[in-house]
Design a protein around this ligand. Structure first.
Ligand code: ATP
Length: 355
């Protein structure tokens, strides 16, 4: 969408008409999901070459992490699974958080839209969650001040709150959305959430055409489960964003369906919305491939390969909503590879010919 292009100045790697993109498979089901992306791209003729960077979950140093960050800085764009960090030492940071922070990917955007034909707790959901992605409760500043007493810092800055609010209002304007709700707990966290709320209220005044309201996070969770259709676009801090994203994904069919986008001023990373590792189901040919394939569609759109994106998107839609080829997480009996094969069949029959 136009606003993304405006906000994210993308130094995309392009060699002979093909994009180089960093691929971080991560742990659990990540590698198998990436193999489906590569397979689907092959049949769709998507002009993308992947630079694969594996990060050792057990490493006590950050050498792989630094290599991954360098690769993303070179290519501008990445697709990723969830990266595990096995170390419990507070010195070894979550690699997922470290990547987002280092690349200043200050906003996560998750468009939760119901898939017709997928059994779900709520129907016709169309909610956009815009989440602060680099600070708040994820500042990773924790220490044990004395034995048995741990302190953890939640960092909220006016500048990052403003960037997220502005992104949300610009996105809403560019995409014809009518209402934004800021989610917070400013009644208890008066300074931190207070600043986040004050800032979005200040920015809201610049966009009189978009309705703005606010809601406390606990009420928000109850409203989401009972009356989700009242929500249009939502803005929130990092941890609330993680929890609310999982609630809303749960309403429409779980962790296997949706993708999320991470943007900063220079780089973009695409990944499954709920950022799961899925260790328990890895290697069993049951993981739902749709979330990662949707992330790959988001990535193609970002790179400007709109026809390829549309071709894969339509093939996904036909497979999931019309043929109803569903993996067990959606109540079906299909394997991951059944779903991918059907998507490839639709691509081969597609009347969209990008090449
Ligand atoms: P971890 O793997 O980090 O130990 P976990 O196994 O408890 O965590 P998550 O990876 O956080 O679970 O995933 C949450 C739930 O969502 C799990 O039940 C997992 O099987 C399921 N899930 C995640 N991704 C998918 C997917 N692509 N397809 C089907 N189920 C999925």
């Amino acid at each position: 969408t136009p606003v993304i292009k405006k906000i994210t100045s993308i130094p995309i790697a392009l060699y002979g008409g093909r994009n180089a993109v960093t691929m971080l498979p991560g742990g659990g089901i990540g590698p198998e999901l990436m193999s489906y992306v590569k397979e689907v791209f092959k049949y769709a003729g998507a002009p993308v070459d992947f630079e694969i960077v594996d990060i050792d979950a057990k490493a006590e140093d950050n050498i792989d992490l630094e290599y991954a960050i360098t690769s993303i800085k070179r290519n501008g764009v990445a697709i990723k699974g969830n990266i595990e960090t096995k170390s419990k030492s507070s010195e070894v940071l979550s690699r997922n958080v470290a990547i987002r922070n280092e690349l200043d990917l200050y906003v996560n955007i998750l468009h939760v839209k119901s898939y017709p034909g997928v059994p779900a707790r709520q129907k016709d959901i169309d909610i956009v969650i815009i989440r602060q992605n680099t600070e708040g409760e994820y500042a990773m500043l924790e220490h044990e001040s004395i034995d048995g007493v741990v302190e953890s810092m939640k960092v909220v800055t006016e500048s990052n709150s403003e960037r997220v609010a502005r992104f949300a209002f610009e996105w809403a304007k560019a995409n014809g959305r009518k209402k934004i709700t800021t989610i917070h707990k400013a009644n208890i966290m008066k300074l931190s959430d207070g600043l986040f709320l004050d800032t979005s209220q200040k920015i809201a005044k610049e966009y009189p055409e978009i309705e703005h309201n606010e809601m406390i996070i606990d009420n928000c969770c109850m409203q989401l489960v009972s009356k989700p259709h009242q929500f249009d676009v939502m803005i929130m801090t990092n941890l609330y964003g993680s929890i609310v994203s999982n609630v809303v994904c749960g309403l429409i069919g779980g962790a296997g369906l949706l993708s999320g986008k991470n943007y900063g001023d220079h780089y973009a990373i695409f990944e499954p919305a709920t950022r799961n590792t899925g260790k328990a189901i890895a290697g069993k040919n049951v993981a739902n491939p749709i979330a990662m394939l949707s992330a790959s569609v988001d990535m193609l759109e970002h790179l400007g390969h709109n026809q390829h994106a549309k071709m894969i998107q339509r093939a996904i839609y036909k497979t999931v909503c019309e043929d109803k080829i569903h993996t067990p997480d959606l109540g079906g009996t299909a394997t991951s590879t059944d779903v991918v094969q059907k998507i490839i069949d639709h691509i081969l029959q597609s009347d969209i010919r990008p090449w």
